[in-house]
Structures are given as structure tokens and as C-alpha cells.
Design a protein around this ligand. Structure first.
Ligand code: NAP
Ligand code: MG
Length: 499
């Protein structure tokens, strides 16, 4: 494929993708097919089968067999690491192709998609080390008659459900860690962004992953997704998406008490003090809300700013947002791409209307942008936002930032915590006391000081409060997919109970 040219072109006709079970790609055949149009262009680009309940049962059965016969978990860590490293190499080779399909189905800028795929390579490389270093514990302090060992064992068959905002990145924040632990997988991507998940299954197979260890089913969340979370032969579920569907997962877990990892929504504060480097902060705050069109669980959607600088600072942020380039996602220069789904586009526009109706002051944006096809929204800044307004409370999942001034450190912390969510937060200040105090007291699973949205394979991801359960990535991510076994070993002659 001809990549790195100025503007890539759309595929001549939609590409057909099969789903993936037991090491084989399965074509749609007589099944219904879902056709996806590129949100950046409004042109059909891909087709995926709608899996049947039987397809799901087959996928779970394949994952079960592959787990139970130990074809993967029984390998030594070095052999598992070799497969993960080979996969990293193959992702690198196909980086441009994966980024292209990510951009076509999601609408994100191609340069960003390419960088995300680069990050995914790092996830596989890092997890390969964890496949080798994962270990338990021993207790040599139980007296001369007893030795204790704690082993870590893979949980079993893991269902992975991912959303459409970072189809490949979110997948790769989970899959290599799940594989490092020795578990097997049935993944269900969002129906609108399935292509790159299917590509990953092919890549893993080519990298030498045994058949049945990675399976992908395609179809809608309400049908095949719900069936996957309800499935009695799935041992653990890693769900990333809305808080509403997260609740479905909790209910479904009552069936077989499957273990859950949940990464849900956020209404994340960006706290800016007057003593921050305001130019850096303005750039970071603009990036934090406009990156991926604000369709990130960790988007910084509440700007909590010290009142003495609030007026100047909102102007600085508005200038940045107005200058950022909204455009065709296939154009290398584009910084802000399309809104991924029609439904999300309507939701964002309705929140912009609500902001106006509730009396917030529109500072910039607030309108659709015409790029000649597809759906785009100008990054939007609202001032005079009060805590009771919908735009201050609800996760919009779009490029809409609410400015809320504060007068003291205590008030800033209290405002930041005034949400049911606890996913992420940022603080901008050059005063170390304030930075540390805020970092300690704001409830969030991820925290940024004088930066935002940075990350990598080393540090775990996950939320406090209603933002979820458990952690992904890092050594913590691998450990999530294990269960502990305590082994007591008697040394020498037993002291008899019955003489
Ligand atoms: P969503 O409806 O929860 O969808 C997420 C995934 O769940 C998709 O694969 C979806 O499939 C599937 N799904 C939908 N209904 C289901 C059901 N009843 N049973 C099982 N699976 C089901 O989320 P969305 O509205 O599309 O995406 C935006 C939301 O996701 C936002 O609220 C955002 O906070 C959250 N999110 C969180 C994170 C995070 O890391 N914390 C990351 C991204 C997004 P289909 O799309 O095929 O229907
Ligand atoms: Mg949904």
C-alpha cells in the first residue's frame, strides 16, 4: 500500500473481513453482514459478518479447548514471549495498513492512528518481558515443618469487549497482557470498528500463537456482545465502554461469577493554578479535550481554573482550539478528525444545545464543520459553567470543554471530586506542594502533573468510583488475569491428629 503520501485515498470498494475462530478466518457465507461507512467521508469502506449464537459458542469452545489442554499456558514464559515479540514485529511491518483501516472506520487523523499503532508495538514488547517475569511468592517463615508457596495461574477464557474510540490501542492494552498470563481470548470489537481487531488475530496466528488462543467474534453489542458477557463458559470479562453496559456486565457476572475488569466513563478535571506555565497549560488543556475529538474516556472535559487567571486563560485555550486543524482524517496535516458515529455526533450536538439553554457562555466552536463529507464538530469551549449544568456533570464524549473557576486549593479539590467518576485528572502548577496535595486528594486512577493524556505500557490504567474495576497494562495488567493459589507443604513427619 502506498503510504506516507500527502493524502491517502479511499478503498475502491468496501473490503470484506471474516471473523476468526480456532486459527481460521471465517467468511460471512449466508450470515447477515454489517457495512461500515467511513465517518470522515460517508463512503462504505468495510463489511463484517454478524456472528450467530452458534458462532459465539464455537469461539468460546475453541478458547476453552485451547486453555484446558494447556497448549498455551503450558508453554514456558520464554516461548510465550517469543510469540509476543514476533507479533510486535509483524505489527510494525503492517503499521501503515493497520493505521489506514483504523482511520477509515474510526475517523481519527492518520498521523495519530499511526502513532497509536506504534504504541501498541510497545505494549507487545513490554508484555513479552512480563510473560517471563510473572511469578508468585514463597513463605520460608512458617517454621521448620512448613513451607508455603503462592503461585499465579491464568484465570482461563477471557472475553474482551472493546469500544470504537481506540479500537486497536484499547485492544492492545489488554491482549498481550492476557496472553502473557497464559489465558485464552474471545474478543468482540465494536461493530463499527472491527477491522483492526480481526487483523490482530491474523497477526498473532502468523506469529505462532496456537489455534484457539485468540478468537474474534463480530456483530452488535446488544446481540453477540450481550451473549458473550452472559456466557457461562467465559471465566473473566474485560469490558471497556459505557457505564450503562458496564452494569450489564455486573449483572451477567451473577450467572457464573465470572471475574470482571471494567473500564468505564469519566468526567475528568484539568486543574490549572495561576502559578502554572500558562502557555504549556493552555496547550495541554486544548489537547486534552480535542485529541480524538474528545472521544476518550480520559478526555479532560472540565477545566477547573484559578479565578485570578480564568479570563485570560480561557482566551488562550480558545486560541489554541481555533487554530487546531479540523479536516479529512486521511490528510497528514489533520489534527482533529471526524466524530465516529452518527449517534455520538447527535449526542455531542445535543449537549452543545443544552449548554446554551442552561445559560453557559459559548466562547468558541459550538458548530458542525463542513469538510465536504462525513461529520465534524468544531472544538467547543463554554464559560460560566456551574456545577449543576449537564455539560459539567455528564460524560459528553466529544470536544466540549466546560470552564469552572475556583478560589482556593481546597475548592479546586472539592470541585474535581464532585463527580460519580474517577478515571483521570491533570494538575498544572509549578508549586510542588500544590501539585502533590492535589495529586493525593483527587480521586482518579490516572493522574498527570503538568501534562495530560500521556502513557505507555509500564503504568496501569483504570478508574476509581464509577469509572470501573481493576487495572490494565503494566505488571498489574498481567496480574489481573491470574488467580492466586496458596500451597502449603509439610516438611518431615506429620504430627498425628489420631495417635
Ligand atoms: P458502549 O455502548 O458501552 O459500547 C462498548 C462496547 O460494548 C462495544 O463493543 C459495544 O458493541 C459493546 N456493547 C454494547 N452493548 C452491549 C451489551 N448489551 N452487552 C455487551 N456488549 C455491549 O459504549 P459506546 O457508547 O459505544 O462508547 C462510548 C462510551 O464508552 C463512553 O461512555 C466512554 O466513557 C466509554 N469508554 C470508556 C473507555 C475506558 O477506557 N474507560 C474507553 C472507551 C470508551 P457495539 O458497538 O457493536 O454495539
Ligand atoms: Mg452503545
Amino acid at each position: 500500500m502506498n503510504q506516507h503520501v500527502k493524502t491517502l485515498s479511499l478503498p475502491a470498494k468496501p473490503r470484506d473481513f471474516g471473523f476468526f475462530v480456532d486459527g481460521k478466518s471465517v467468511a460471512a457465507d449466508g450470515r447477515e453482514v454489517f457495512e461500515r461507512a467511513s465517518p470522515g467521508h460517508g463512503v462504505p469502506v468495510s463489511r463484517v459478518p454478524k456472528c450467530t449464537p452458534q458462532d459465539l459458542d464455537d469461539a468460546v469452545a475453541a478458547a476453552r479447548r485451547a486453555f484446558d489442554d494447556r497448549r498455551w499456558s503450558g508453554l514456558n514464559g520464554a516461548d510465550r514471549a517469543a510469540v509476543l515479540l514476533k507479533a510486535a514485529e509483524l505489527i510494525r511491518e503492517r503499521q501503515d495498513e493497520i493505521a489506514y483501516w483504523e482511520t477509515l472506520e474510526n475517523g481519527k487523523p492518520i498521523s495519530q492512528a499511526r502513532a497509536e499503532v506504534g504504541g501498541c508495538i510497545g505494549m507487545f514488547e513490554y508484555a513479552s518481558g512480563l510473560a517471563r517475569s510473572l511469578h508468585g511468592d514463597s513463605f520460608n517463615n512458617l517454621g521448620d515443618g512448613m513451607f508455603g508457596i503462592v503461585t499465579r495461574e491464568p484465570v482461563g477464557v477471557v472475553g474482551i469487549i472493546t469500544p470504537w474510540n481506540f479500537p486497536f490501542l484499547i485492544l492492545c492494552e489488554r491482549v498481550p497482557y492476557v496472553l502473557a498470563s497464559g489465558c485464552t481470548i474471545v474478543a468482540k470489537p465494536s461493530e463499527v470498528t472491527s477491522a483492526t481487531t480481526i487483523m490482530l488475530a491474523e497477526i498473532l496466528s502468523e506469529a505462532g500463537l496456537p489455534d484457539g488462543v485468540m478468537n474474534v467474534v463480530t456483530g452488535s453489542g446488544s446481540s453477540i456482545g450481550q451473549a458473550l458477557i452472559d456466557h457461562m463458559d467465559v471465566d473473566m470479562l474485560s469490558f471497556t465502554g459505557s457505564t450503562a453496559v458496564g452494569r450489564h456486565c455486573v449483572k451477567a457476572a451473577a450467572g457464573n461469577f465470572k471475574k470482571l475488569g471494567l473500564e468505564l466513563g469519566g468526567k475528568n478535571p484539568q486543574i490549572v493554578f495561576a502559578d502554572a506555565d500558562l502557555e504549556d497549560a493552555a496547550d495541554g488543556v486544548a489537547f486534552g479535550i480535542a485529541f480524538n475529538t474528545g472521544q476518550c474516556c480520559v478526555s479532560g472535559s472540565r477545566l477547573i481554573v484559578e479565578r485570578s487567571v480564568a479570563q485570560d486563560f480561557e482566551k488562550m485555550v480558545a486560541a489554541k482550539l481555533e487554530k487546531a486543524i479540523v479536516g479529512d482524517p486521511l490528510d497528514e496535516a489533520t489534527q482533529i478528525g471526524a466524530i465516529t458515529t452518527d449517534a455520538q455526533n447527535a449526542t455531542i450536538m445535543s449537549y452543545i444545545d443544552k449548554g446554551r439553554e442552561e445559560g453557559a457562555r459559548l466562547i468558541s466552536g459550538g458548530t458542525a464543520v463542513d469538510v465536504g463529507g462525513g461529520q465534524y464538530i468544531a472544538p467547543t469551549l463554554f464559560g460560566d459553567v456551574t456545577r449543576d449544568m449537564a455539560i459539567a456533570r455528564d460524560e459528553i464524549f466529544g470536544p466540549v470543554l466546560a470552564v469552572m473557576p475556583f478560589d482556593s486549593v481546597e475548592e479546586a479539590i472539592e470541585m474535581a471530586n464532585d463527580t460519580v467518576y474517577g478515571l483521570a485528572a491533570s494538575v498544572w502548577t509549578k508549586n510542588i506542594d500544590k501539585a502533590l496535595m492535589v495529586t493525593r486528594r483527587v480521586q482518579a486512577g490516572r493522574f498527570w502533573v503538568n501534562t495530560t493524556l500521556s502513557g505507555g505500557p509500564e503504568l496501569p490504567l483504570g478508574g476509581f468510583k464509577q469509572s470501573g474495576w481493576g487495572r490494565e497494562a503494566g505488571k498489574y495488567g498481567v496480574e489481573e488475569y491470574t488467580q492466586l493459589k496458596s500451597v502449603h507443604i509439610e516438611i518431615g513427619k506429620r504430627a498425628h491428629w489420631v495417635e
